[in-house]
Design a protein. Structure first.
Length: 459
């Protein structure tokens, strides 16, 4: 029966074509087979690659595929396959043009094949979501120079800032949170419609790798999400991957009044002048489910998970993401590293393929005191590379097993980014403690740029 339903959907798309290699889904509601998706009762709408004149879409944009034909399937007999090729940009049903060049210097424009839920998500209450995805081993990232490669997001309008989005352009599966751009003070200053004013590097926003580079490709990943929707600071967002709680955010989760929120999945990327002409992405999705209030409605046992086991998992307060100054978490930094130190800051370039060091050098050195687990500066060296105006506002936490330095830092850049530097609390053979954190990926030079710190005790 499931195969029959999906076949009807596929045939409707196929026979509505006006020419070979294209399909007509313009302003149409798409119903996915229950073998692939449940809970989104109103169906899906496609975006955004419509030809501005014919309103047709490439027939490879998305399609239901079968395990019997050798395609990857997470559970059951079917999954949905997305394909995005270089130049796949077009207009939306509302007239928005993805082919618009947003940055003349880089040539940045958007390419996307996504399905967005017709069901709008609530502004209040609890919801549960699942989806599984499979990225083939030959999925290109390095040297393809994308501004972003997005594989899932909670998004809507007219406020154009996605609160939660997952990207793979740094070779990991990275959660990017922008709920800081929904705060009243941000909207009062910048408005709601210009998403380019909403920077991921703002201290109110954050990013976190939730799947490593080594584990990303060639296997299925199960995503489970639990959200308490709220415009206040009493909301939360939890994400489990393959049964493990990997992320917990506390704070506002709902878009500002007047804006809607949907779940969107597929492939959405920002191409540039340097993107090769032969650059195709393929991703498979399955088990795309939605339930209000209760995890039990998701029927997770078929994937090998238990709602009780998921809910029993906790993340320590020290690792809970939140907007600084908006909520107060009881976090205790231990005193086991108390003392005076020379805090040296280093720039480290690493090869993305094997993480080997390409080049590293010391930028500057400060003198600090750690007392009762808290860090304060005794002397600060002036620098415009890792600026002192940002360094002085860092947070320091000692968990016992590791130390964490968090804050907005620059690296000889015009703006700062939210960085997390993590190191072990075990003295190294050279007589110092060290930690390192990713600042960003420089696609022009194909390298990961990191900030490293060393803490050398002052006797």
């Amino acid at each position: 029966m499931k195969k029959f339903i999906s076949m009807i959907v596929f045939l409707l798309l196929w026979f509505s074509n006006t020419s070979a290699g294209e399909m007509n889904v313009w302003k149409k509601t798409i119903k996915l087979p229950e073998d692939v998706s449940k809970g989104y009762k109103k169906g899906w709408r496609f975006g955004n690659n419509y030809d501005p004149e014919t309103h047709l879409t490439p027939d490879y944009a998305f399609k239901i595929v079968d395990k019997s034909n050798g395609y990857p399937v997470r559970f059951g007999d079917q999954s949905i396959r997305f394909e995005l090729r270089h130049g796949d940009c077009g207009v939306s049903t509302g007239g928005y043009n993805d082919c618009t060049i947003w940055n003349k210097e880089s040539g940045h424009y958007s390419e996307r094949h996504e399905l967005g839920s017709v069901d709008y998500l609530p502004n209040k209450g609890i919801s549960w979501h699942t989806y599984s995805f499979f990225i083939p081993e030959d999925f290109p990232i390095l040297n393809h120079y994308y501004e972003h490669i997005s594989l899932g997001q909670f998004h809507g309008g007219p406020n154009n800032n996605p609160g939660f989005k997952w990207d793979a352009d740094e070779e990991t599966y990275q959660l990017r949170r922008r709920t800081g751009c929904w705060l009243k003070e941000f909207i009062k200053k910048n408005g709601e419609k210009d998403s380019f004013k909403c920077s991921l590097g703002m201290k109110e926003n954050n990013r976190k790798d939730v799947i490593s580079k080594q584990d990303l490709k060639g296997k299925w990943h199960d995503i489970i999400i639990n959200i308490k929707w709220s415009r206040k600071q009493d909301g939360y967002f939890k994400q489990w991957i393959n049964g493990k709680l990997v992320y917990h955010y506390m704070g506002n989760t709902s878009k500002p009044k007047g804006s809607t929120n949907q779940f969107r999945f597929g492939i959405y990327r920002g191409a540039t002048n340097k993107t090769p002409k032969d650059s195709t992405h393929i991703v498979y999705y399955d088990e795309i489910h939605y339930a209000k209030k209760s995890c039990d409605k998701l029927n997770l046992q078929k994937l090998g998970y238990s709602c009780k086991d998921l809910n029993d998992q906790k993340i320590a307060n020290i690792y809970i993401d939140h907007i600084p100054g908006k909520i107060k978490l009881d976090i205790k930094s231990l005193d086991t590293l108390d003392g005076k130190y020379k805090l040296a800051w280093h720039w480290v370039n690493r090869d993305p393929k094997d993480n080997s060091i390409i080049k590293q050098w010391k930028i500057l050195e400060d003198k600090i005191t750690i007392k009762d687990g808290n860090l304060s500066f005794d002397e600060m060296e002036k620098s415009k590379v890792i600026s002192d105006k940002y360094r002085k506002n860092i947070e320091f936490l000692n968990t016992g097993k590791e130390f964490i330095i968090k804050g907005n830092l620059d690296l000889d850049t015009s703006k700062s980014y939210n960085i997390e530097i993590i190191g072990e609390t075990m003295l190294e053979e050279y007589g110092y403690y060290s930690g390192e954190g990713l600042f960003g990926y420089d696609d022009s030079k194909n390298r990961n740029e990191n900030i490293k710190v060393t803490l050398k005790p002052i006797n």
